[in-house]
Every structure is written in C-alpha cells, then in structure tokens.
Write a protein that binds this ligand. Structure first.
Ligand code: AMP
Length: 370
C-alpha cells in the first residue's frame, strides 16, 4: 500500500493504473462495436476527464473526433451545487453521434446538465461513457450507456480527478483515508536540539520517542551484538549501515504496538532509510505526517556540541574532528531528506535558535496541525 498526502488529507491506493487501463480499453471496444462505421464525436467533460479521454481515444480502433466542454460546480467540491458552463459547445453537432466522456458520475447533476445542453441540438444520438459510476449515490433516471467501473461511494483522486486541484497527475486512483497515528520525523543536524525537544513533545502529544542514537548507546552500554557492531561506526562519527539501523528501528516500533504515534529522532538519516520507513508504515495503513526540521546555523551547532561533550561524555561530541565527520555525514547523506519530504508536502522548517521553551512552542504549533 502507499499513502499520499494532498493538502490536509491522506489517500490510500484504491484502483491501479492497470485496472483502469483495462476498463478504458473495454469502454473503447464496446463503443466501437456499437457504432460500427460511424465516426463518433467524443465530447470530454473537463477538467476531470482529460486523462480518460486521452487514453480512451488512443484505444479507440476506428476514426473519431474529439471536442471539450467545461462544466463546474459553483462551490468547490460540492457536487449538489448548481453547475455553470465555462467552455461551451463549439461546432455543429446536428445529426452527429455524440459520445460524452465523463470521468465519474456520482449524483448525476452534471449529467443532467449535459443532457439539457444537447436538448435542442438535434444530434443523431447521445451516448454517455463514464469511467467510474457510484451506483449507491446515482439518483437520476438518465441512461448511462457505458460504464468502465462501478465503485462504492468513496472520495477518489488520481487519473484526472482532484482534491482541491491536486492529484490529477497520479497514474493510479486513491481513496480518502484517515490515519490512526501521528508520526513525526524530528529533523536537524547534530546539535540542533532534537533530543531535548523530542522529550518535551512526546509528553505534550502522548507519543513514543524513538532516538536511534540513544538505542545504539544503550546497546553499547549493555555490550549487545548490535552495540558492538554500532560502536566502531559511532565512535568515529560515521553512520551505522542502513540494514542494521532499519531493522533496529522496526523492532523499536513493534515494542510499542498500541502507540498513538512516534517521534522519530535521528531516523531516517539516509534516503533508503526514509523509503524503508515509508514502506513499513504504509503496510500498517499509516504514514509520516510531517518532517519537522530544526534549522540552526553551523557555528552555533559546533559550540553546542562541544559544550555537551563536556558533560555527556559522548566520545563523538568531544573532538572537533569527529564533529566534522558527523556534519559531513549529515550534509552528504541526510540533508537530502529535506527534498524527499518537501516533494510530498511534508517538510516544515522551524527556527531552532532561541530558548528551549521558545523552540518547543514553535514546534507545538506545527505538530498540532499534522
Ligand atoms: P545521535 O545521537 O542521533 O547524534 O546519533 C549518534 C550516532 O549514532 C550517529 O553519529 C550514528 O553513528 C549513529 N546513528 C544514529 N541514528 C542513525 C541512523 N538513523 N542511521 C545510521 N546511524 C545512526
């Protein structure tokens, strides 16, 4: 499963592009079988049907023409609202066999508008070919000649259909879903204050805090196999290999099966960790709600780490060379994750300079909304 975010909502896979393609092909074949030697005039109803129309035409075996009509509800997503005609019919349709291409028919309001548009146009025949039909909500008596797929009454996006203008470019169709968890990636370079802030945030939002660095250090202290393996990398300021870290992270999540969500601190640190985390959460019907990044200039970070090194006794905090290696690892492997989450609409940068309380308050405002 994959879960995507559009504006404030989450959507999960519903109909694959392969299934859609079969449905589109089948509609094209049925139409050409029925119309035999006629040259139909396809009229696609914009915006939603532009992808469907383009694919259907390329599957249509005979000769055909296409034109477009644009209708829209007055009020954004409210399909019960009145419909207005934005791009009208152009050209003569008299005596033509017109096939209307609709991406989806739900209540049938748009369909009714289409029928009235053609009432006095003296077409030879008017056929309707919808890709999707929601039979549970379709309340009109108007005939629908071709149906690619009947679907339950779910809000869907993708393959030309949108949620508030986003999602039309998705090749598959997704349905609205709600998440049970709030999963946050707390992000930032070494010394940004992730650990301190995660400790405070976990109580405010009742989340489980997983710091991969802390888990490794605990393992080193207990001299476990994992600890012995991780120590050589950590002491030099290098990243522990992905497979080891990913398995450990999953084990930590599994330990908290009833959690309302997690604050991931120090994970993911590479793109392959981020992908593995997405896959893993998606299998549970969950996802990362957002990456919240503490932004702090590098000179402040170095002095914070050296200060911390005096009391924490962390070997990787105590020497400038190791700190430099950690920054280098961050800049070459971890910083790219900003783009990874940004393209998903999930990146939230936060000024990480100020008092602990000031920064917590900034974080709180963002995390509350995720
Ligand atoms: P931290 O406490 O987050 O600064 O992590 C300390 C060290 O633990 C890092 O420098 C790495 O050696 C190791 N480590 C922590 N998290 C990860 C991760 N996600 N991937 C690889 N190594 C990690």
């Amino acid at each position: 499963m994959s879960i995507i975010k559009l504006h404030d909502k989450y959507f999960k896979n519903f109909i694959s592009k392969e299934e859609i393609d079969l449905a589109v092909k089948s509609v094209a074949t049925q139409i050409s079988n029925d119309l035999k030697d006629e040259i139909p005039l396809f009229i696609a109803i914009l915006n939603g049907s532009f992808v469907y129309a383009a694919d259907l035409l390329r599957h249509y075996p005979g000769q055909c023409e296409i034109s477009f009509v644009k209708l829209a509800s007055y009020e954004g997503t409210n399909s019960t609202g009145s419909i207005k005609n934005l791009i009208g019919l152009n050209g003569d349709v008299k005596d033509r066999t017109v096939v209307i291409l609709e991406d989806i028919v739900d209540t049938g309001n748009t369909l009714q508008e289409i029928f009235s548009l053609f009432e006095d146009k003296k077409v030879k025949q008017l056929k309707i070919a919808t890709l999707f039909l929601k039979p549970d909500v379709y309340k009109k008596e108007l005939p629908i000649d071709y149906i690619g797929m009947s679907i339950p009454d779910k809000f869907i996006v993708g393959y030309g259909l949108d949620y508030d203008n986003l999602g039309r470019n998705l090749p598959d169709v997704y349905q609205l879903t709600s998440l049970k968890m709030k999963n946050i990636v707390l992000f930032g370079p070494p010394g940004a204050g992730k650990g301190t802030q995660a400790d405070l945030l976990k109580n405010i939002f009742n989340l489980i805090h997983i710091s991969t660095g802390d888990v490794f250090r605990q393992n080193i202290k207990n001299q476990t196999e994992l600890g012995i393996l991780a120590k050589s990398y950590m002491d030099d300021g290098n990243l522990v290999p992905d497979e080891v870290t990913i398995d450990m992270l999953k084990a930590e999540v599994e330990k908290n099966s009833t959690a309302k969500g997690f604050i991931f601190d120090g994970f993911p640190r590479t793109e392959s960790q981020a992908k593995a985390l997405d896959l893993y959460l998606n299998e549970k019907g969950e996802t990362i709600n957002g990456m919240v990044a503490l932004e702090v200039p590098e000179d402040i970070l170095v002095s914070r780490l050296l200060e911390r090194g005096k009391i924490s006794e962390r070997p990787d905090d105590q020497d400038q060379e190791k700190i430099r290696t950690r920054f280098n690892e961050y800049n070459t492997k971890t910083a790219v994750l900003k783009d990874y989450y940004f393209t998903q609409g999930k990146y939230f940068g936060i000024n990480g300079v100020g008092s602990i309380e000031e920064i917590t308050n900034r974080l709180k405002v963002v995390v509350e909304q995720l």
